[in-house]
Structures are given as structure tokens and as C-alpha cells.
Write a new protein. Sequence first.
Length: 37
Amino acid sequence: MYTSEERETTAVFDYVSNNLVDLHLRSTAYDKASEDR
């Protein structure tokens, strides 16, 4: 069981890591798109 503080930290960590993955995927897709031009 988590304390509420731990749960908040985990939620923040998940949120940040998901956003980093999303940003990374977008930037690689953007790089590929600009290479095609």
C-alpha cells in the first residue's frame, strides 16, 4: 500500500515519463519528416 504522498510522487513520475516518451516520439517523427523533404 502507498501513502498518499508516495502515490502522488508515482503519479507525477508516470506523467513525466509518459510525456518524455511522447515528446521523444514526436521529435523523431519530426526529424524523419524533415529528412524526407
